[in-house]
Design a binder for this molecule. Structure first.
Ligand SMILES: Cc1cc2nc3c(=O)[nH]c(=O)nc-3n(C[C@H](O)[C@H](O)[C@H](O)COP(=O)(O)O)c2cc1C
Length: 173
């Protein structure tokens, strides 16, 4: 199946997953800005990956605005975030990015990435600083919130190639 993986990445985790998927699937791989200039009509499968930002998948609006045009293609979207794969918030947050009709047409997946403060632009660093400050200021913090503060206060990497397996299986179906 002629496949392209298109990604939008800020600090490199989504790019890494896009490259893993394209290598394993023998697919082309392009950053979003380059993909926008390309004619995608010859592809039978389009995989889009964006990073999680406040529950939204970055640049997912571009992908969704093309769904009607991409009839008879297999459509896959994956989101890369800092949350671990077993976090209860992941599944509902992922689904909130799509309406019912879109969910019927698009296969969606989550891949854990991490945080890389060294590569993060100042605007994102500031947003994270404010978010951590807000969490710390909460009077009655749940155990999850306390763990989250510890986790996101510095860089970490929980990405793993194994998380692309469900995406590869979906491509084969
Ligand atoms: C402003 C901001 C908001 C974020 N919001 C979320 C979120 O809602 N859920 C999540 O799991 N990760 C969130 N993250 C973490 C990123 O999605 C994570 O660092 C991801 O691995 C970045 O991918 P990239 O390296 O491809 O840019 C956020 C990060 C930033 C900077």
């Amino acid at each position: 199946m002629k496949t392209i993986v298109i990604y939008h990445s800020q600090t490199g985790f989504t790019k890494r997953y896009a490259q893993w998927i394209s290598e394993a699937a023998g697919a082309d791989c392009l950053e979003l800005s380059a993909a926008k200039k390309k004619n995608l009509s010859g592809y039978e499968a389009i995989i889009f990956g964006g990073w999680a930002c406040g529950g939204s998948i970055s640049k997912i609006s571009w992908f969704k605005s093309n769904i009607d045009k991409w009839t008879n293609k297999k459509l896959i979207a994956f989101c890369v975030g800092g949350s671990p794969i077993d976090s209860p918030e992941v599944e509902p947050a992922l689904k909130r990015n799509f309406n019912e009709l879109e969910l019927k047409k698009v296969n969606i997946f989550y891949c854990p990435g991490g945080f890389n403060y060294e590569k993060m632009p100042a605007s994102s660093k500031l947003m994270m600083k404010m978010f951590i400050k807000m969490l710390k200021a909460k009077k009655e913090k749940s155990e999850t919130e306390q763990e989250m503060i510890k986790m996101i206060s510095s860089s970490y990497d929980i990405s793993d190639k194994k998380y692309i397996e469900p995406i590869l299986q979906c491509l084969k179906k």
